[in-house]
Every structure is written in structure tokens, then in C-alpha cells.
Design a binder for this molecule. Structure first.
Ligand code: NAD
Ligand code: FE2
Length: 389
């Protein structure tokens, strides 16, 4: 186990109540009561509302505490989506939010929580650690097993006009409660299951190799890696496998707890740009970049990647750290292929001649500075994009 020296210091704030059970959505009414929410606004998208039974179950569980449903969430959310959701919440005099969906729905509600309390547009609040008071209470019900947003201080909002992602880091928007109910993830199709699962794996690996790594995050990150390695192929193979679905929800949640205190790294910086400029799903963009970033990082982070390999069940006994680190990258690449995700940027129609601009844009993404090896250099990033092309 990689050691820390006497200079170790960290400061972790992890306030979310996490409630896990098959059928846990039925606890929503009780949880609202606990938080003093009398008029809950559900934040979701039209697909989940119209094509699944999840929202009907949420409505039933909220009973008299349901004030309304805002179904305006779109993938990667957006400034207008958040601002109009907050206007609707004010009209309804909602006193709490229940987000139901993937990272986009949870992040929409986090943004709305700010605008409802602070006013203006979400655009006015960009930045980090600016909020001074408690925000609107928020219960998050993730329906994907990936982002971990239900326990993190981050919001990612796409500026759809500029094709950029805006980032927020605010302890005050960490949701009050996360309800983890495997039954609401059963409907995820294979591709989404795979992509979101690899997002969780990327959080764990980038947390484990972040410049802010710390022993609490390490413990969570390693366990999340084990869970993803074992249960993601099962969940992709058989979407009705409730055990695998539940363990993946936990993996995503635990990985969220890990990267909440460490940040992510170069993979996320590269993937955010690909997602913003070319509308590639966040998890898929991570999957394509992850093995290549690991190979790029390996000369400085091999000892850490050895432990990633071990957590993923690779036998690295007798191997040098360098060889063990490369074996970790290979194991990740194999997992990505096994679950059916694309391996190359060309496969998701990113034009090759855009790579230099992508590399430039990735330098303004906050994640790049947390990468365990120095990466904030256009030529270095471009080199990895080319490897991944
Ligand atoms: N705040 C954070 O800590 C954090 C971390 C990582 C990623 N993110 C952000 O989260 C977003 C990605 O979230 P995501 O990967 O969860 O996807 P998503 O929320 O964008 O959802 C993608 C699609 O999946 C559908 N979907 C969701 N649950 C489903 C289910 N159970 N069955 C069938 N379809 C379902 C949605 O309707 C949507 O069309 C990105 O914007 C990313 O930048 C945020
Ligand atoms: Fe992510």
C-alpha cells in the first residue's frame, strides 16, 4: 500500500444520508418529513416520466408532499433548463427538491437549489466555495449508476451555445439524502449501463491517483474499483440482475465519495471537452480516454496503478511497478471492450482536425490540475488525444 508521510493533511465534508434498499424509493415521504420538506418538486426528464414507471412510484411515495414535477432536464443540463426549473419551483412555492434521473437530473436540481435560494441565473454563481448559507433541501434518487453526483459538491452545466461545460464546486449543494434503489436502474439499456459504469470506474481511478489523494478516499476508490470490475459485466449482460445493479449503484456512490475530496484528472478534462464539443456521452468519452491517460501517467504513477490492477483482480506478482501499471491500463481497456463501449475517438465521430482545439480547451477544465502527473500542457494533451484517436 502506497504510504503517506508526515506532511499528510486533508479536510473532508461528507454530509449526505445514504439510504440503500431494493424499493427504497418508498421511503421518500418519510425522508421529506425528516428534512422538513412539505412541498417537494420532482426534477426529472420526459423519458423517465413518460416511458418508465419510476416517476409514478416517486409520486406515490411523496403523496401529499408532492407539489409538482419539472421534467425539463436534458442530457448535460443547461443554463436555461436550470433557470426555468427554479422559476417553476418559486411559482409552486416548493420548499425542497427531489431529483430523479442520472447526473444531468441531479446536477439540474443542485443548480436550481442555488438559484431558488440566491436568485439571479445559475450563470451568476459559477465558481467555487462562494455560497455562505444553507441551500434548498435536496433528495437525490439516481437512476444511473455512474456519476455519484448524489454525494458530491460538483455541478457540471453545459453552455449549449458556446459548446463548453461550466463547473461549480460548492459544499452547500451536496444533496441532503441519496436514495439508492436498484429497482429504478433496471430499465437502463446496455450502452448506458456500460458508459455510466465506466464513469464510476474513472472517478475511482482518477481519485486514487489525484494530487489530493488521501487515505479515506483511497479506501473508497479501491473498493469501488473492485465492485465495478466484478459487477459491471454482469449488469451489462443481464440488466435484470438486481444484485449487480445494486452493487453498481454502490460502486458509483462510493466512487463519488472518493472523488468528492480529491477531484478527478486528465481523463475528465479530456472527456468534458469531447462531451461539450461533440455531444459524446460523458461515460463513453471517459472510457475512450482512460487507458491512454493511464499509459501517459504510468512513468510517475505506476506504484498506484499496481494497486488498481490488484483491485481489478489482475495478478501482478513478480512484475515491476512499470509492467504492473501497464497491466492495469490493459485490464481497463479489456473491461471497456467487454462491456461493448467504443475504444477510439474516431468511433464516436470526433473529427481529427478538431483535436488541437480540444487539447487547448482541456487546459481550462478544472480537472486537469488534479491529475497525479503534470498534464496541463497543450502538446501533452494533444499527444494523448492522438493516441486515443
Ligand atoms: N456532479 C457530478 O459530480 C458529476 C460527476 C460526473 C458526471 N456528471 C455529469 O452528469 C452527466 C451525465 O450523467 P449520466 O451519465 O447519469 O447520464 P444523464 O443523466 O445525462 O442521462 C442520460 C440519458 O439516460 C436516460 N436514463 C437515465 N436513467 C435511466 C434509466 N434508469 N433507464 C433508462 N434511461 C435512463 C436519461 O433519460 C437520459 O436521456 C454529465 O453532464 C456529466 O458531466 C456530474
Ligand atoms: Fe465523471
Amino acid at each position: 500500500m502506497a504510504a503517506y508521510d508526515a506532511s499528510l493533511s486533508f479536510n473532508i465534508y461528507q454530509p449526505t444520508r445514504v439510504l440503500f434498499a431494493d424499493g427504497a424509493v418508498s421511503e421518500l415521504g418519510l425522508e421529506c418529513k425528516r428534512l422538513g420538506i412539505e412541498r417537494a418538486l420532482v426534477v426529472t426528464d420526459k423519458f423517465l416520466r413518460e416511458k418508465t414507471d419510476v416517476i409514478a412510484r416517486v409520486e406515490k411515495a411523496l403523496g401529499a408532499r408532492l407539489a409538482g414535477i419539472y421534467d425539463g432536464v436534458i442530457p448535460d443540463t443547461g443554463v436555461e433548463v436550470i433557470d426555468s426549473g427554479a422559476r417553476y419551483a418559486r411559482e409552486l412555492r416548493a420548499d425542497g427538491l427531489v431529483s430523479v434521473g442520472g447526473g444531468s437530473a441531479i446536477d439540474t436540481a443542485k443548480g436550481m437549489a442555488i438559484v431558488i435560494t440566491e436568485g439571479g441565473s445559475i450563470r451568476d454563481h459559477q465558481g467555487s466555495s462562494r455560497l455562505q448559507r444553507r441551500q434548498t433541501p435536496h433528495i437525490a434518487v439516481p437512476t444511473t449508476a455512474g456519476t455519484g453526483s448524489e454525494v458530491t459538491l460538483y455541478i457540471v452545466v453545459k453552455d449549449h451555445a458556446k459548446h463548453e461545460k461550466m463547473h461549480f464546486m460548492e459544499e452547500r449543494i451536496i444533496p441532503d439524502t441519496a436514495i439508492l434503489d436498484p429497482s429504478v436502474t433496471l430499465g437502463m439499456p446496455r450502452g448506458l449501463t456500460a458508459a455510466t459504469g465506466v464513469d464510476a470506474l474513472t472517478h475511482a481511478i482518477e481519485s486514487y491517483t489525484s494530487i489530493n489523494r488521501n487515505p479515506l478516499a483511497d479506501a473508497n476508490a479501491l473498493h469501488a474499483m473492485r465492485l465495478v470490475s466484478e459487477h459491471l459485466p454482469r449488469a451489462v449482460d443481464d440488466g435484470q440482475d438486481k444484485v449487480a445493479r445494486g452493487q453498481m449503484l454502490l460502486a458509483a456512490n462510493i466512487a463519488g465519495t472518493a472523488f468528492n475530496s480529491t477531484g478527478v484528472g486528465m481523463v475528465h478534462a479530456m472527456a468534458h471537452v469531447i462531451g461539450a464539443r461533440h455531444s459524446v456521452h460523458h461515460g463513453t468519452a471517459n472510457a475512450i480516454c482512460l487507458p491512454h491517460v493511464m499509459r501517459f501517467n504510468n512513468d510517475e504513477l505506476a506504484a498506484r496503478y499496481r494497486e488498481v490492477a490488484e483491485a481489478m483482480g489482475v495478478d501482478v506478482r513478480g512484475k515491476s511497478d512499470e509492467a504492473a501499471g501497464l497491466a492495469a491500463a490493459d485490464a481497463v481497456a479489456r473491461l471497456i471492450t467487454t462491456v461493448g463501449l467504443p475504444a477510439r475517438l474516431r468511433d464516436v465521430k470526433v473529427p481529427e482536425n478538431d483535436l488541437p482545439d480540444c487539447a487547448e480547451a482541456s487546459l481550462s477544465d478544472g480537472a486537469i490540475v488534479f491529475n497525479g502527473k503534470f498534464a496541463a500542457d497543450k502538446d501533452l494533451v494533444l499527444g494523448v488525444y492522438r493516441e486515443a484517436y
